[in-house]
Design a binder for this molecule. Sequence first.
Ligand code: CAA
Length: 239
Amino acid sequence: MSKVAIVTGGTRGIGLAISQGLIADGYKVAAAYRSDEESAQKFRDLGGYAIQIDVSDFTSCQDGVTKIEEALGPVNVLVNNAGITRDGVLHKMEEDAWHAVIATNLTSCFSMSRAVVGGMRERGFGRIINISSINGEKGQFGQTNYAAAKAGILGFTKALALETATKGITVNAICPGYIETDMTSNIKPEILESIVKLIPAGRMGKPEEIASLVGFLASDKASFITGATLDANGGQYMA
Ligand code: CAA
């Protein structure tokens, strides 16, 4: 029987590539989206299962997971990928830009994991994969909110990995560098150009280059990897 995976933010960008990669690997995938009905419909038109969940809302996560389990079966893999940016220097940042980013990028990991981890413990198997960011490791000008959320994911990952290590559940984080998506295309061209110059590989990454790592971490081949932070950034880390 095929395994069930949830990918938050799973109908666009890196999340879409992750959903497609897991489908190709034989998973039944629930791609969660917040508001972009157009990309959700495209995903459904190709035969995928897309479900509206507001990952910043605890009850929406609980209800969403209940619906997914009714439709597809018990969840074996959770990919916490959904994320937003509200970039701006701290001295100009509105309170809302702080809370929105923390709620969507970090609190979502708690709420979604909380909704699936009980079942994973009962069944003795689970994979939780959290998408952090290079900017959670090194900081980034204009991203105190985003860097704090993404760094928070790393602590969350290590702590939950300790709690689940004897239960057949692994919990890992991936830190993508700059990847070709709508999120990075919103950066001012001259700023993006200066960032790309710092990537040793000389180019941005592709969503599929993150999806392949997710596929590996979800597989049985990665059964002894837990609490890890894996970088996929073209060599950029401390540049
Ligand atoms: N380091 C030091 N100083 C910098 C700087 C940097 N990286 N970038 C800008 N500055 C300076 C500018 O030179 C300028 O200095 P002066 O006031 O002395 O002239 C000052 O800071 C203001 O700069 P801006 O004009 O850029 O300020 P702004 O308010 O218009 O824009 C910003 C601020 C929106 C944060 C803009 O700098 C920006 O977009 N930065 C890029 C942020 C970024 O990388 N976001 C990543 C999004 S993608 C993502 O997050 C995915 C992932 O996980 C990797």
